[in-house]
Design a binder for this molecule. Structure first.
Ligand code: DGJ
Length: 737
């Protein structure tokens, strides 16, 4: 990042008129982008520019070329008719803010990130807002957030507190965002911005990405294109209720705001306290949606995902294989099976705990994190010994933010749950699930101890699956004072983050999966503490093509847990051949979620082979750049994408047929991201065909592959009894010199 601040009178020529510009400018830049603010002392902080990189010497011209001339952090009160980022009620009841620049600061963080803070002060009241911007070396991301504080004698009520704001020049601007529901997460919606408001929001309380996501793509040049056009990406890095607003009136700009959802969350700010809004990460690319995704992925792997530079293990998860029917012999058998297929880790899912109330189904035991010794007489120690015997690592499932009313925890501490005073709580999963009140420090300790006790007693535990299967169903904290009940949603997530920070400080190396009834918590608020997330409880490979496509808009493949599961699928009841199930799962963090003893020998052989082949390419999938090639949502009969290693010497290409008709004519997919000058040898992975592809072992230039591509046969060349309506291909490309 480079910051250019100057304060002088300069004259910019527009036509023949000299326009005096008295200003102090803040130029925040990455290698390819610039964000410019006008920050004259005593004046309103004004947004001038965000987009392609401009030089310092171009700033004067940029200003006279036309800018939004709007507050960079609009506050309510003195321009009542506009949408605002911030609104407050002062101690004396005054509802207005008038913020002006009082200084600019710049700091460098230990990881090399640069932070620029523009300090705004109210003209009358002792009320301060720091508007912050952070950039990282070699990353195309600008993070923005604010810090709000005051020195008034009493409590100031914050009624709106967005993290950031961006004017978008009206033209043909489109928004792409993710929508969905349980078992159908991360589907893509795209729509043009029109007059009125587009609001994308969440009110789940505990999880925030089952339905909409707090990330958006904004295509500035018409309908979203994968590889071309100017696109801004925005990701609110927050795990709680959020609200993204696009406001369009009769002006030249759409106004975009993103931040915590202020509904039912009025915040009472004490004198001297600082309210820190979550980070809003912005990125810009001229390479369409794909360019923005790659910017997010690179930043995430290095800064926003736990261990983003470490290869993930290939695992077997017990859930779809045995559900709650955990027992020692069964776990040992699954460990033996995954080990024999070349896997590296076994994760025991739900069902292992509960003493007075053993966890037989989802209606009891959450909160009682002791081993059910009827199921596991030798406890976790015995399981760790099994894992060692089979040469793999061991992981375990927990859901520490929750309890059931049928649990010893609830009997001892009914005051720990979220519930309104004078009312019985609404109950969730299993008819008895409740959410623990993480605003309460004692509950924070309790949740920390769930992990701490496991890890202290069994330091060999390699992996934790952290689940969260209930929203905040009724508003009420038994810990917060009656005046601060409106802090519940915010304090819940502050509490959660405090716990996660403690866990990471003490256990930096353990792998932790972020799961919330599937993909309910895929957000950059939590991912810094987690290694990956469970994309969806829907493991149907065909539906996963769509969900993983949408997820990849903002999240890298290394973070997407993607498992080979049984047929018929347990969610859609669709019967998809193992080859296709493998080829889809291999495009994320590969895992298996099946009862191996129910697999046929053929299936086991294919999975074993896939595990071995995935090990050869996992660094490309997990660390490479992703190029989406053929969009399943365009309904062209197939979907395709590829990963390319950073040095462009190796690549993996995926192609999945998404529908089947006779005499079908699918498009020929051209590749992307390769070096046009390099020569690549093609080798098919997970091959089931009797004969190799015509181009097996052949060498093509990157130029040819990106301009012409390779034909994908419509079906597999297998014996008649093995034919089915699915087809998929995984190709490995390696440079030959
Ligand atoms: C919901 C998760 O998404 C599943 O993978 C599984 O862990 C169950 N919870 C267990 O109850």
């Amino acid at each position: 990042m480079k910051m250019n601040i100057w304060k002088k009178a300069c004259f910019a020529l527009l036509a023949t008129v000299a326009i005096p510009v008295w200003a102090q400018h803040v130029h925040i830049s990455t290698d390819k982008t610039s964000l410019v603010l006008e920050a004259a002392e005593g004046e309103t902080l004004t947004f001038a520019y965000y987009g392609d990189k401009i030089s310092d010497s171009e700033i004067g011209n940029m200003l006279v070329a036309g800018t939004p001339k709007k507050d960079a952090y609009p506050a309510y009160g003195m321009q009542c008719i506009a949408e605002t980022a911030l609104s407050a009620v002062h101690v004396d009841g005054n509802m207005t803010l008038q913020l002006v620049v009082s200084g600019v600061r710049s700091t460098t963080e230990p990881n090399g990130a640069k932070v620029t803070s523009i300090v705004l002060k109210d003209k009358v009241y002792p009320f301060t807002v720091n508007v912050n911007y952070r950039t990282y070396p070699n990353k195309e991301i600008i993070e923005t957030w604010t810090e709000i504080s005051h020195q008034e004698k009493g409590v100031v009520k914050l009624t709106q507190f967005a993290s950031g704001y961006l004017p978008l020049r009206v033209g043909d601007v489109w928004v792409s965002h993710l929508y969905g529901s349980w078992a159908n997460e991360a589907r893509v919606d795209e729509e043009p911005l029109q007059h009125g408001m587009l609001v994308i929001k969440n009110k789940d309380g505990a999880r925030n990405t089952h339905t909409s996501h707090p990330e958006v793509m904004i295509s500035l040049d018409g309908k979203p294109q994968e590889n071309t056009g100017r696109v801004i990406g925005a990701a609110l890095c927050y795990s709680g209720n959020y609200k993204l607003r696009f406001d369009t009136g009769d002006e030249d700009y759409h106004w975009f705001f993103a931040g915590i959802n202020e509904e039912n969350s009025e915040y009472h700010l004490q004198k001297g306290e600082t309210f820190v809004t979550p980070v809003l990460a912005l990125t810009y690319s001229k390479e369409g949606l794909g360019g923005v995704s790659r910017n997010f992925h690179r930043w995430a792997r290095e800064y926003k995902l736990a261990h983003g530079n470490k290869l993930r293990k290939i695992l077997l998860n017990s859930w779809e294989g045995v559900y709650f029917n955990i027992n020692e012999a069964g776990m040992d058998q699954m460990m033996a099976d995954i080990s024999s297929m070349g896997g590296e880790l076994f994760v025991m899912d739900d069902g292992w705990f509960g003493d007075k109330y053993p966890r037989k189904n989802d209606s009891s035991s959450l909160g009682d994190w002791v081993v059910d010794t009827n199921k596991l007489p030798h406890g976790i120690k015995g399981l760790l010994q099994s894992a060692k015997k089979h040469g793999i690592r061991f992981g375990i499932w927990i859901e520490p933010e929750m309890a059931n009313t049928v649990s010893e925890l609830y009997e001892k501490h009914p005051e720990y749950i979220i519930k309104p005073t004078n009312r019985e709580p609404n109950l969730g999963r299993g008819g008895t699930q409740v959410v623990l009140d993480l605003s309460n420090p004692k509950v924070q300790d309790l949740v920390f101890q769930v992990v701490d006790t496991l890890m202290t007693n069994y330091p060999e535990i390699d992996y934790i699956k952290w689940d969260a299967n209930a929203p905040i169903m009724n508003h009420g904290s038994q810990y917060l004072t009656k005046d601060n009940q409106s802090h519940l949603y915010i304090e819940y997530h502050r509490g959660l983050e405090k716990v996660l920070k403690r866990i990471r400080a003490k256990y930096p190396d353990v792998t932790i999966q972020d799961c919330a009834s599937g993909g309910g918590r895929a957000n950059y608020g939590l991912l810094p503490y987690f290694d990956e997330f469970w994309v969806s409880d829907d493991t149907d490979a065909l539906q996963r093509v769509y969900m993983q496509w949408g997820t990849s808009y903002f999240f890298p493949a290394i973070a997407m847990a993607s498992h080979i599961s049984a047929a018929p699928n347990h969610q859609t009841f669709r019967t998809i051949p193992i080859k296709y199930r493998i080829d889809v799962a291999m495009s994320g963090r590969l895992g298996i979620e099946i009862q191996p003893k129910n697999m046929t020998e053929d299936e086991k052989t294919l999975v074993k082979n896939a595990v071995a082949e995935y090990k050869q390419i996992r660094d490309i999938v997990q660390f490479g750049d992703q190029y989406r090639l053929l969009n399943p949502n365009e309904k062209k009969g197939a979907a395709s994408m590829m990963f390319v290693s950073e040095d462009k010497t190796r690549s993996v290409f995926y192609w999945w047929k998404t529908e089947t008709f006779c005499d079908q004519h699918l498009p020929r997919v051209t590749m992307n991201g390769l070096d046009p000058q390099k020569q690549y040898k093609v080798h098919e992975l997970n091959r089931i065909d009797n004969r190799p592809l015509t181009y097996e072992g052949k060498v093509f230039s990157g130029d040819f592959l990106m301009n012409n591509g390779l034909e994908m046969p419509l079906s597999h060349d297998v014996n008649y009894d093995k034919r089915n309506d699915y087809a998929s291909r995984v190709l490995y490309l390696e440079e030959v010199k």
